[in-house]
Design a protein around this ligand. Structure first.
Ligand code: ATP
Ligand code: MG
Length: 433
């Protein structure tokens, strides 16, 4: 196929038959976030490359292998965002949110771009919903943010999912840990992949996150960071766990979670699903107390998470979660001739003003083809208008589910249709009880 008819590898089109599910999921995300006091922020799809180098970290897979970076026509290095935290924090510093009333509770939905090997659950363009809680140091903030992630998952219909948490400490306790890791990995330095050989000196913790099977095997028995926590970090972690327990949020401590981005400190967590194969992490997050100062802002302890919406959709499908029905059409008005078409335009306008979903023929098709179309789009009712109906002001309103017809006055169409739709609604409620 010619390239003009082919989407870029690793991208997905979200077609009309599916997009209402996305609308449902996204609206639940924003509603749930609002319950916790989080407000939406929208930031650009691209940023100066430096924004990501500074925040995500130049020893991470994302920066070393996955970024879409290019020079624009003005010779500036630009990168399509591989995640949104960096841009949100850049904006919070630049627009002064970090100097306002803290905590700032922010949430976002948007596309992300990573040059990865496309496979199930791993795309080059994917979408994230996430939150950033800026300026909250206390351990109950960690529990609150985890509880928000869980509420989002539950509100979109995902109940079977497990939460894994860990603490990766602060730069202070990590000094000791890095020493221990260096010592451990130095024994196998020659067998590590080239990227990890370089990481050994610069950031040995990143080796734990390497996807190469050889490095994974070597990392299997590496020391775990949780054994190296300082007293403050230990107490913080204990308190996070106590708050989670108080909220009845089940979790397991997985000392192997280190997260793929450099900016994390202390609490890190993942929600993992057994139902979607190898790419099983649906949500990842944690605390990043040093990020804002690292990006030139004031020292501001903060935390957040991001969930991959495509992976969530896969879980919903695999778990057969109930999704809302696609919106259909309340009334399709089929027309014969110019006068009927003009009348139909007026009636559609009236119905839509009252909140109904109304459509009429806009292709100049014959009656049979119009009725076929009405059927295809799932119209609940149809009305056929010809010269005669326009003159007498009367027409037959047809219920498409049982073919029952009833003559109505056109100037009472809004009330009559309303009545019929209420009847259907009552019948369906009666069925449930
Ligand atoms: P992974 O280990 O799967 O590569 P990650 O650590 O790179 O994940 P994050 O950067 O923490 O992922 O992104 C948060 C979430 O975004 C992930 O948990 C996942 O649900 C989703 N995600 C990340 N990369 C992709 C991708 N290439 N395609 C689809 N979803 C993704
Ligand atoms: Mg990744």
């Amino acid at each position: 196929m010619a390239e003009i008819n082919r989407a870029i590898k690793g991208t997905n089109d979200i077609l009309p038959e599916e997009s209402h599910n996305w609308q449902f999921v996204e609206s639940k995300m924003l509603e749930t976030a609002a319950q916790f006091g989080f407000k939406e922020i929208r930031v650009p799809v691209f940023e100066h490359t430096e924004v990501f180098l500074r925040s995500v970290g130049d020893t991470t897979d994302v920066v070393q292998k996955e970024m879409y970076t290019f020079d624009d026509k003005g010779g500036r290095s630009i990168t399509l965002r591989p995640e949104l935290t960096a841009g949100v924090i850049r904006s919070s510093i630049e627009k002064g949110l970090v100097n306002g009333a803290l905590p700032q509770k922010l949430c976002y939905i948007g596309g992300c771009y990573r040059y990865e090997k496309p496979q199930a659950g791993r795309l080059r363009e994917f979408h994230q919903f996430g939150v950033e809680c800026v300026g909250a140091a206390a351990p109950n903030a960690d529990a609150e943010v985890i509880s928000l992630a869980k509420a989002v998952l539950e509100n979109i219909g995902i109940n079977k999912i497990s939460l894994e948490i860990n603490s990766i400490g602060c730069p202070e306790c990590r000094k000791e840990y890095h020493k221990a890791l260096k010592e451990y990995f130095s024994k196998n330095a020659e067998t590590l992949c080239d990227t990890c050989k370089d990481r050994l000196d610069r950031n040995p913790m990143r080796i734990l996150d390497c996807k190469s099977p050889v490095c994974k095997e070597i990392a299997e028995n590496a020391p775990v960071v949780i054994d190296y926590l300082c007293d403050d970090c230990k107490n913080h972690f204990e308190s996070v766990k106590a708050h989670l327990e108080a909220m009845n949020i089940d979790f397991t401590v997985n000392p192997k979670i280190v997260r793929g981005l450099d900016y994390y400190t202390r609490t890190v967590f993942e929600f993992v699903s057994k139902d979607i194969g190898a790419q099983s992490t649906v949500c990842g997050g944690g605390r990043y107390d040093g990020l804002i100062s690292q990006m030139g802002g004031p020292q501001t302890p903060s935390l957040g998470f991001a969930m991959g919406i495509e992976r969530l959709m896969m879980v919903l499908k695999a778990q057969n979660a109930a999704m809302p029905e696609a919106p259909t059409c309340d009334l399709f008005i089929a027309t014969l001739g110019e006068k009927a078409s003009i009348k139909a335009s007026a009636l559609c306008k009236e119905l839509r003003d009252e909140g109904y979903k109304a459509q009429t023929d806009i292709c100049g098709r014959g009656l049979k083809a119009q009725m076929k179309y009405a059927n295809k789009i799932g119209a609940k009712f149809t009305l056929v208008l010809g010269d005669n109906e326009v003159e007498t002001g009367k027409a037959n309103l047809k219920n498409m589910s049982n073919s029952a017809e009833r003559q109505i006055e056109l100037n009472e169409l809004v009330e009559e249709l309303g009545e019929e739709i209420r009847k259907i609604l009552f019948e369906s409620i009666a069925e449930v009880f």
